[in-house]
Design a binder for this molecule. Structure first.
Ligand code: AMP
Ligand code: GLY
Length: 423
């Protein structure tokens, strides 16, 4: 079978690496891909939002399965268009991807179906939002309704900051149309855990847990980023937490979407906060996390293609997910200055080493080929993942491997997975 992957980041590289292990697969294509993906797949110069071109390509090449990695095309309805053309595609339709595409939708869903989450109000009118803040408890969390590259969330310490935040989102439109509507919600404290799952419309199967590090600098300082590193499993995701989530969150979400006439097929990513009152949903995503996928997928024993097909066919109940009894840590190598301003185009050396070492991966996020060289081409450049018998060993291995690679302006956090010392 020929498989097409849509996207161009570390997540799509990790998906491609898993797909490659499937005995069912003869050839992998990626639209548009990157230099690393190009080593195991054929990259085609089609953007993830060029739906007509993707459909034409898939029909022309006889693609047997398309996996959509990114949120934008999912929320925009790529799956619907491919299905309408008779193609098999893994990912939620537009009416289900709204679980990620609209924070107001997801909050209303949770309220209606009593899924534990932070208390909130939704606003279309900036004036009403400003009035509401007068009586809100601080700190408070402001969220632009739509997709904003993970940056549409502001945590405000006092009333002045919160009012300025409402203006930024709803009047200055810093996040564009995503800020036409907003959610104001209660500030919660606790550890965050990412739980990814496969869903076939009715059945849900949970993957091994992970934790992301969203801030740019050590000690969770600095600006929010797309993610500076991950580890899996999370030692804080205990048996009790798992039982609670299975009882009140996971199946409840899948059933709620089905009851709303929006059956979800694909990956639901539960962003959880473990508060002292129990786990609460921070957010849903309608896709694999990035860089969560870079630590979760390398540990999965199942054939990803088989699982994706079961989700499409509604036969996920027949699959038992299995993960290796080990751990993985991913350290993101970024360009100095990310997530604000940074330079690109520096040659990268040391990548060959990963081909020789078992249990080590170098997933490309922002790279491109320039002649025979691979050069930096983004804020997040590479995700270096290593496995180990436990988290400590995986972390030591990942930091060792992070030194194999060199490029100008290389930047990384040095405390990815440090939290495990407190477990
Ligand atoms: P979201 O995109 O909704 O996951 O928000 C991004 C990040 O903002 C989360 O990973 C949390 O760190 C933080 N955050 C979101 N909502 C809340 C909340 N209600 N209380 C505390 N922190 C939050
Ligand atoms: N790592 C967080 C995300 O993929 O949204």
């Amino acid at each position: 079978m020929k498989v097409l992957i849509v996207g161009s980041g570390g997540r799509e590289h990790a998906i491609a690496a898993s797909v490659r292990k499937s005995p069912k697969v003869d050839k992998i294509y990626c639209a548009p891909g990157n230099a690393g993906i190009g080593q195991i797949a054929e990259c085609v110069p089609i953007g993830a939002m060029e739906f007509d071109k993707i459909v034409d390509f898939a029909k022309r090449e006889g693609i047997g399965l398309t996996i959509v990695g990114m949120d934008d095309p999912l929320v925009g309805g790529l799956v619907d268009e491919m299905e309408a053309a008779g193609l098999r595609v893994f990912g939620p339709r537009k009416n289900a991807a709204i679980l990620e595409g609209s924070k107001a939708f997801s909050k209303d869903l949770m309220k209606k179906y009593k899924i534990p989450t932070a208390a909130y109000e939704t606003f279309d009118d900036p004036q009403k939002a400003l009035e509401y803040l007068e009586t809100a408890r601080m700190p408070v969390v402001l969220k632009a309704d739509g997709l904003a590259l993970g940056k549409g969330v502001l945590i405000c310490q006092d009333l002045e900051e919160a009012k300025a935040g409402v203006r930024t989102i709803m009047l200055d439109k810093k996040f564009g149309a995503a800020g036409n509507r907003m959610v104001i919600e209660e500030f919660m404290t606790g550890r965050e855990v990412s739980v990814l799952s496969f869903v076939d419309g009715k059945t849900i199967k949970i993957m091994s847990s992970a934790q992301d590090h969203k801030r740019a600098q050590d000690g969770d300082q600095g600006l929010n980023t797309g993610g500076m590193g991950t580890f899996s499993p999370s030692p804080f995701y205990t048996k009790e937490v798992d039982e609670f989530c299975r009882r009140y969150i996971y199946q409840a979400t899948v059933d709620a979407m089905a009851a709303e006439g929006r059956p979800f097929k694909g990956v639901i990513f539960f962003g959880l906060m473990l508060t002292k009152d129990g786990p609460r949903v921070l957010e849903y995503n309608a896709r694999f996390g990035d860089p969560e996928a870079q630590v979760v997928l390398p540990r999965m024993k199942n054939d990803l293609v088989e699982v994706a097909e079961a989700c499409i066919d509604g036969t996920l109940d027949r699959i038992e997910l299995q993960f290796e009894d080990n751990a993985a840590v991913c350290v993101v190598l970024a360009s100095k200055g990310y997530p604000t301003a940074y330079e690109k185009g520096f040659p990268i050396s040391g990548l060959e080493r990963f081909e020789q070492e078992e249990g080590y991966y170098c997933f490309h996020a922002g790279t491109k080929k320039e002649g025979e060289r691979i050069v930096t081409n983004g804020g997040r450049v590479l995700g270096v993942t290593a496995k180990g018998a436990d988290l400590k060993e995986a972390r030591a291995n990942a930091y060792k491997a992070a030194e194999w690679v060199a490029f100008d302006n290389k930047y990384m956090r040095h405390d990815i997975g440090k939290a495990i010392d407190e477990a």
